[in-house]
Design a protein around this ligand. Structure first.
Ligand SMILES: *Cc1c(COP(=O)(O)O)cnc(C)c1O
Length: 429
């Protein structure tokens, strides 16, 4: 039954655009009524009609420990009793910056903000301030939040001016954004060649997770490190998803490639709104009040948010085997999909890096944006609704990742595997 969700959705649509505060929640690509959530605990979320689901969205990543982890909730409660916000520095912010530089050595100096969008937007401003250059390179199919200059995809010729992906973005902003193809070294070289001495930074999702999960090819990240260094540009890893997900040190540790700047979000807030950007000291010395690059935030480093974030990061740090547990569960899902493909011949494939994975409904391997777009999104829609009916909440879009948490049990994974297999059997008829 979904009566209450339906009624809420109708009410929501009257006063909220599309009834939601972030577009993907509207179920636009799968149709139907989004489930309005009432509570979440461990690996499960519960909607207002009382339906329970095994949750593989996990708030799009933050819930790596599972929902409502008792220690995190306790830390937040305790912090609340001491006041919600002061607009003055706190000890927890210092602890957070110290912990970040310990876990992620490339993060010598960091600044807290309140979202991933802000983190990437600010990192780019710093890169431009530091290099004195305006242009940046991003990759088709990589998402870096909704700031103006980043809502850009390639025009028909990637070497010409990029066109904004959203109305309301002046071409004057987006013209500084050059778009290359993920995993395509030649496309990056061509952009550097055509814009010599003008490119401030290359910003990349070290594992792409916003066109479905796409791993970097072996030499792709080292290549980006090398070419940026040669060209006097900065390399920015957008680790909003990969940070504390691929391991404590994120993608820079996982791939042993050290960027100049990094951005974090999602897990770093443990369920509260937190983002962070940072990197080499000499670059971060550009940031106000030390340097000339302005960036600020009334609620940045908020005491409740840092309580949730610090507690989450400390739990991860004290139990690093969590990453093996997460990856093993994800691998069982991957193996299921591989066997459906290889043994049964279905048009399905799976990309997985650690506990980040996507099941793609397509014949070929997915290595970039164009191959991702070859997926059968209608098939994904059928799969999505089959999973919902089986009590399993996966992303309402083909082009998102599946997130595991430490709270998912082997039994949860067994049930999920059974539901995936059942989908293909029922499709056979
Ligand atoms: C989610 C995401 C962002 C934006 O973070 P918000 O907190 O939603 O603003 C930026 N970069 C990547 C890689 C993301 O996945």
């Amino acid at each position: 039954m979904t009566t209450k969700s339906e009624a809420l959705f109708e009410r929501a649509k009257k006063h909220i655009p599309g009834g939601v505060n972030s577009p993907v929640r509207a179920f636009g690509s799968v149709g139907g009524t989004p489930r309005f959530i009432e509570s979440a605990k461990g690996a499960r979320i519960r909607d207002v009609d009382g339906n329970e689901y095994i949750d593989y969205v996990c708030s799009w990543g933050p819930a790596i420990l599972g929902h409502s982890h008792p220690e995190v909730i306790e830390a937040v409660k305790k912090a609340c009793e001491q006041g919600l916000t002061y607009g003055a520095p706190t000890e927890r912010e210092v602890e957070m910056a110290e912990l970040l530089s310990k876990l992620v050595p490339a993060m010598e100096v960091s600044r807290l903000v309140s979202s991933g969008t802000e983190a990437v937007m600010s990192a780019l401003r710093v890169a431009r301030g530091f290099t004195g250059r305006d242009k940046i390179i991003k990759f088709k199919g990589n998402y870096h939040g909704h700031s103006d200059g980043l809502l850009v995809k390639a025009g028909s010729a990637a070497l010409t001016t990029a066109v904004p992906d959203s109305a309301g973005v002046p071409v004057d902003y987006s013209k500084h954004t050059l778009v290359a193809s993920y995993n395509d070294k030649g496309s990056v070289e061509a952009l550097f060649e055509a814009n010599r001495g003008q490119i401030a930074a290359v910003v990349v999702e070290p594992v792409a997770a916003n066109m479905g999960v796409v791993a970097p090819k072996d030499d792709f990240l080292p290549f980006l490190r090398k070419i940026t260094k040669e060209e006097g540009a900065l390399l920015i890893f957008d680790e909003v998803i990969t940070g504390f997900r691929l391991g404590l040190g994120g993608a820079s540790e996982f791939y042993q490639v050290t960027p100049d700047l990094l951005t974090f979000g999602k897990i770093i807030g443990g369920g509260m709104p937190v983002g962070a950007y940072g990197g080499k000291r000499e670059i971060m010395d550009m940031v106000s009040p030390v340097g000339p690059v302005y960036q600020a935030g009334t609620l940045s480093g908020n005491p409740i948010a840092t309580a949730a974030g610090l507690t989450t990061l400390r739990i991860l740090k004290n139990d690093p085997s969590i990453y093996d547990r997460l990856a093993n569960k994800a691998k069982r899902l991957e193996d299921t999909v591989r066997s459906l493909k290889e043994d049964e011949g279905y048009n399905i494939t799976c990309n997985r890096v650690g506990s980040l994975l996507s099941i793609f409904f397509c014949e070929k391997e997915v290595t970039d944006y164009d191959s991702a777009l070859s997926c059968d999104t209608k098939k994904y829609t059928d799969y999505f609704w089959h999973m919902i009916k089986s009590g399993i909440y996966v992303a309402p879009s083909q082009f998102e990742a599946m997130f595991l948490s430490d709270a998912h049990t082997e039994k949860d994974v067994d049930d999920t595997i059974a539901a995936i297999k059942e989908f293909f059997v029922s499709k056979q008829q």
